[in-house]
Ligand binder design. Structure first.
Ligand SMILES: Cc1cc2nc3c(=O)[nH]c(=O)nc-3n(C[C@H](O)[C@H](O)[C@H](O)COP(=O)(O)O)c2cc1C
Length: 260
């Protein structure tokens, strides 16, 4: 048996946890695997906040779109895309003085650096997910950590070139979570293309969403909504939390570029 494939093909997000804590040696192994993730230029462009203060977990429930299971997770890690450490190191190394002598402006972290740091950070986060699974520990990403930038900046003392891109909550799954059906995925033909990108047409979408269409609630509550696309747009894409996430990310990007 290929245990790695077994883990990857059977993983599902876990949102209800046993009261059991995560053992210290297991946490250490998960962290080691996380820090071994590939990283651009071997720079490790991320930091991890290990949230073990229960009152902070409770606050995160509120600032991350009211998701109470965050506070019930025995291990909560916030993944920060981080160029601050390298930029501070450049200053510490006297790069600013060399630039001044040469009469050139010292480059600050820009958009490309932000995306590179986000890539590094998410790759490390996924290593944590897989390592945790290997110990029977489930996890769930919380994308809403990108909301409420100003609040999180203050809560965690975030400097400008640090960007909270993901949060992971971990814990041993309850029996109900273990038994829960896995979610489906779109057929690979809609996702994987040969050599060139392919935009999908009407027929493709009908086929691609046929299964999800069946999950659409029926009845009065639908208020004129007739299909999965309309429902998903309203419920997720144009929801208050999506709008807040966009606003918050816009402010974070501005702060990253300005450096304040
Ligand atoms: C970037 C990202 C953000 C997510 N944010 C949340 C979240 O805020 N709350 C939540 O309950 N699940 C969140 N999830 C979990 C997804 O809902 C879940 O992965 C998806 O529904 C597929 O289910 P599965 O992971 O069980 O296969 C997130 C997943 C990703 C990758």
């Amino acid at each position: 048996m290929n245990t790695t494939l077994d883990i990857l093909l059977n993983r599902k997000s876990v949102r209800a946890f046993e009261k059991r804590p995560i053992e210290a040696d297991v946490r250490t192994k998960i962290l080691e695997a996380t820090l071994r993730a590939p990283t651009a230029g071997n720079m490790m462009l991320y930091s991890i906040l290990d949230i073990n203060d229960q009152s902070i977990k409770e606050k995160l429930v509120k600032t991350c779109d009211d998701q109470p299971f965050i506070a019930r997770a025995p291990m909560v890690w916030i993944f920060l895309a981080d160029f601050q450490r390298w930029y501070d190191y450049f200053i510490h190394s006297g790069v600013d003085e060399v630039c001044a002598e040469r009469e050139i402006e010292m480059r600050k972290p820009e958009e490309g650096d932000l995306f590179l740091a986000c890539s590094d950070t998410l790759i490390a986060a996924q290593n944590a997910v897989v390592a945790a699974e290997s110990f029977g520990i489930g996890s769930c990403y919380i994308g809403d950590i990108m909301e409420n930038y100003e609040t999180h900046k203050e809560m965690f003392d975030l400097p400008p070139h640090v960007f909270p891109i993901a949060m992971l909550v971990f814990g041993y799954p309850t029996q109900q979570q273990k038994d829960r059906k896995m979610t489906s995925r779109f057929d690979e033909k809609f996702i994987v293309f040969e050599n060139k990108y392919q935009r999908l047409d009407r027929d493709d979408f009908e086929e691609m969403f046929a299964e999800r269409e069946k999950s659409l609630p029926q009845g009065k509550a639908m208020r004129g909504i007739t299909n999965f696309g309309q429902n998903f747009y309203n419920r997720k894409f144009a929801s208050d939390f999506s709008m807040e996430m966009s606003r918050s990310v816009r402010e974070m990007v501005k702060a990253w570029i300005r450096g304040d």
